[in-house]
Design a protein around this ligand. Sequence first.
Ligand code: AMP
Length: 221
Amino acid sequence: MRLVFFGPPGGGKGTQAQRVSKDAKAAHIATGDLLREAKAKGTPAGKKAAEYMDRGALVPDEVVNAVLRERLSQPDAKDGYLLDGYPRTVAQAASLEKLLAEMKVPPEKYVFISVPEKLIEERILLRRSCKKCGRVYNLKYNPPPKPDRCECGGELFQRPDDSAEKLRTRLDAYKRDTLPVIERLEKEGKLSVIEAGASGLDEVEALVRGALGLPLASKKK
Ligand code: AMP
């Protein structure tokens, strides 16, 4: 499938994307992950991105667009993709539309995982990621086996932009730049909206699967 997921920072879109991408036969492409990888490798794009990511601001379109274009051209994305964290601005949405039309792979579905703002802070501050495999936990809602260890044995860490202060900047950017993209898709009747506020991960996953026409997950994750 060719899918685009939207949602506020810390709203769980990445977690749900990880849960459904295999069954949706879609390569999970998260621009945040691509940029963190580029930053860790110290590539020119990564160095540029770091200046913005470290303060919770959006990375300039030309940097993200180049990284995304590269990733979308890889073989595993040919049959399907699940974009997570892109597009985040009206200009990115226009570039994406053009790029995917050129590649003849337009999105089939847009999914918005909606979470009330008051729940976001707690989710972000309790989020931990694995240094080794990249798996993401929440200390309260989706706890790891030990507070500092992943199931794979890797060490867990808190993303530097997951602080209360940087969350403010990220939420401002989300409201100012990304919500208009989401609102336009909704107006055009193209968006599946998942109300994820009070629900647990399995319930949200069931709603996402329903929206995508996928069978329910057979086993607990
Ligand atoms: P995320 O992992 O999606 O929360 O993204 C982490 C950070 O990467 C964001 O706060 C931005 O600095 C940057 N980023 C990720 N995706 C984009 C995008 N589509 N446009 C601009 N910046 C992005």
